[in-house]
Every structure is written in structure tokens, then in C-alpha cells.
Design a protein around this ligand. Structure first.
Ligand SMILES: *Cc1c(COP(=O)(O)O)cnc(C)c1O
Ligand code: SF4
Length: 348
């Protein structure tokens, strides 16, 4: 996760010199995001004690949530499923057996700093530590982002193992959130990747279109539309109420670029661990023409233990979804086991 030292400069770190002179609307909205637990509680008519309890955990991993996302939360409800995902809690600071800093073995999968390869044919770039929102359950909340390449020259070196290996057919842009980079930084990277002849697909894993949909700019859509490698976008929404009209409009813009569009969610206690919540999420995704791809069992990252749902419960929920929904609306329930050659279906 982004450390607070440079949250906004990080948005342009691929090539700072190429940043546009005037901030775009989404950059202004990011700057205006809520970072103070007391303000969040005031906006939502919550007692000040929730803010007081948030302070210690926010010191470790700061609160960050765009105002447009706050507007989708219910006022006066400390258990609102959107609020739960972003509100720091004292529970995060209690160490729990089995919950670690690097639960999925990211650091032992690095081909080069910031370049991970775990699966055949696919390499993942950790482009930035910055995100539009800080999700309390984030499995990379302890990732050493300070070590990843910054700027065009450093990335050129990091791309060498991908350019040299014809078996890599797909590059995933991840982070943090890759759309935290400006278009001026991102678009040249798309073009550089497209020059690698064996690259067939360019995949972006992002939560920006959900939490701050203004990030889906015309320039980004046009770049995806003309991409030679097939563009694939995997969104990250966990609850139907995240998907309001502003998100629908951003998704409609993405669809114009003819991208393959998927969603991944994390099964989270107090957020979406009910048949109704998961079914409504899938139904809303289908309405927006997004395929529910993965439902992830929580990665056991230090600080997120209170979000864990037992796999027996997860399996019951999946069985209920299968009875209730068309097959294409039932996500694959998976977990990541370090060292395995693919995401592993949860079966027990
Ligand atoms: C999850 C992940 C992928 C993508 O896996 P798919 O099953 O293809 O979605 C690729 N690389 C890394 C390092 C991952 O963690
Ligand atoms: S947007 Fe993704 S990477 Fe960023 S904090 Fe949330 S889960 Fe983590």
C-alpha cells in the first residue's frame, strides 16, 4: 500500500515530466478524498467514538476514501458494508496467528523488482503503491512499494525479462492500483508493452472505476480501444451498492473500448457474507455487462483477520448462489496458495 509520504506524486511516477500541467478532474477528486476519521464520521452522522477508535489503525495504514464513495454509504450506520471496507478499526492492530505481511508469497515470485510471475504465460507489474481508496483487507498493505521501479528508464530495465521470454503472452498491470498513474504516464507504457511481439493480452486490475469513476477518461478509453494486445479489465467491487449510476457510466465508457470486462470480489465478513449480498452483487454486475470472475477467500494478511469468513460458510454461500443464479453469474470461489501454479478452487 502507498505510504503517505508521496500519495499524489506517486500518481505520475512512470514519467513525471509527462504529467499534464493542469490536474484532471479525477486528480482533484483524489486530492479531496477523506483522510480524517473524524471527518468521515461527521459526514456519516456517526458518533465521534468511532473516529477515536480509528486513529491508531489509521496511523499504520491511513484512511483514504473518495467523497463520491462516501456518498453511497448509509448515514448513521456504523455497519454499512461500504464503510466497513475503509474504516480503520482497533482490531487491525491485534496480531493473529497465521496472518502475515506477505500471505501470498509475492516477494519470492519476483523476476525483477516490481515484476511478479507466479503463473504460466502471465507476468504482473506492480506499477505503483498508490490507490484511490485504502481497503482495510488489502493483501498488499505491507508490500515494499518503495523498491519498485519508478519512471520510464527503470521500467525499461524491469521489462527486459518479459521482452526476452516468448512464453509471456499476458501482462497484468497491478499495484496498488495501476490507474493511479496519469494517462500521460500510462499510455506510453501501453505502447511500449504493445511493441513486445509475443504479448497477446494487456490486463488491468483496478478499483478506480468503482470508487472514483471519473478516472475512466476519454484518453484512457481511446488508448484501450486501439490496443493491439487484447485489453482485459478486471474491476474490484464487493457489494452491489458500490455500483451506482456514476460507475455504470464509467463502465459504459469502458465498453466502448471493447474490453473484456470482469469483476473480482473478496468474501468479507460484515460486507458481503450473505446469500442476498452476493446474489445482488452478481445481478448488478450482469446488469452492467460485467462477468463475475473470482470470489476470493481472504488472503491472511496481518491486520485483516476480523474480515475472515470460514471456508465452510463460503461454500454454503456458493451452493446457494448456484441454486439461485444463472451459471454465468456465479463467480469462481478461489484462494491463493503461495507456490501453487494457479488460483486454487476452494473445495473444503
Ligand atoms: C492472480 C494473479 C494472476 C492472474 O491469475 P488469473 O487466474 O489468470 O486471473 C497473475 N499473476 C499473479 C502474480 C497473480 O497473483
Ligand atoms: S484498491 Fe486494491 S491494492 Fe488498493 S488498497 Fe484496495 S485492495 Fe489494496
Amino acid at each position: 500500500m502507498a505510504d503517505e509520504a508521496a500519495p499524489n506524486t506517486a500518481t505520475a511516477e512512470y514519467d513525471v515530466a509527462a504529467a499534464p500541467p493542469r490536474p484532471e478532474r479525477w486528480q482533484t477528486l483524489l486530492r479531496e478524498a477523506v483522510r480524517d476519521p473524524a471527518e468521515l464520521c461527521r459526514l456519516l452522522d456517526l458518533p465521534a467514538e468511532w473516529a477515536e477508535r480509528a486513529v491508531a489503525a489509521a496511523a499504520e495504514f491511513p484512511l483514504r476514501v473518495p467523497r463520491g464513495f462516501v456518498a453511497r454509504m448509509r448515514k448513521g450506520d456504523p455497519f454499512d458494508p461500504l464503510l466497513r471496507q475503509v474504516l480503520p478499526l482497533a482490531d487491525e492492530l491485534v496480531p493473529q496467528e497465521g496472518f502475515t505481511a506477505d500471505p501470498v508469497g509475492d516477494l519470492s515470485a519476483e523476476l525483477a523488482p516490481g515484476v511478479l510471475q507466479k503463473y504460466r504465460g502471465r507476468a504482473l507489474l506492480v506499477l505503483t503503491g498508490a490507490c484511490a481508496v485504502h481497503c482495510r483487507y488489502c493483501f498488499r498493505r505491507h508490500f515494499p512499494y518503495e523498491d519498485v521501479p519508478k519512471g520510464r528508464l527503470q521500467w525499461e530495465a524491469a521489462l527486459a525479462p518479459i521482452a526476452a521470454d516468448p512464453s509471456v503472452e499476458e501482462v497484468l498491470l497491478s499495484g496498488g492500483d495501476p490507474l493511479s498513474l496519469t494517462d500521460a504516464a500510462l499510455l506510453p507504457l501501453f505502447e511500449r508493452l504493445a511493441e513486445i511481439p509475443h504479448l497477446r493480452r494487456l490486463r488491468i486490475h483496478t478499483r478506480w472505476p468503482i470508487v472514483l469513476p471519473e478516472r475512466v477518461t476519454e484518453a484512457l478509453v481511446a488508448a484501450l480501444a486501439r490496443s493491439r494486445p487484447t485489453p482485459v479489465v478486471v474491476l474490484h467491487a464487493n457489494h452491489a451498492r458500490e455500483l451506482d449510476g456514476s460507475v455504470a457510466a464509467a463502465v459504459a465508457r469502458l465498453r466502448r473500448a471493447d474490453v473484456l470486462l470482469f469483476n473480482q470480489a473478496v468474501l468479507l465478513r460484515g460486507v458481503n457474507d450473505s446469500e442476498t449480498a452476493l446474489a445482488e452483487l452478481s445481478e448488478r454486475l450482469s446488469e452492467l455487462r460485467i462477468v463475475p470472475y473470482y470470489l476470493h477467500q481472504l488472503d491472511r494478511v496481518a491486520g485483516a483477520a476480523h474480515f475472515e469468513v470460514p471456508t465452510e460458510r463460503g461454500l454454503e454461500l456458493l451452493a446457494a448462489l448456484r441454486r439461485r443464479l444463472p451459471g454465468y453469474a456465479v463467480p469462481r470461489y478461489v484462494r491463493e496458495i503461495a507456490g501453487e501454479p494457479h488460483k486454487t478452487p476452494v473445495t473444503e
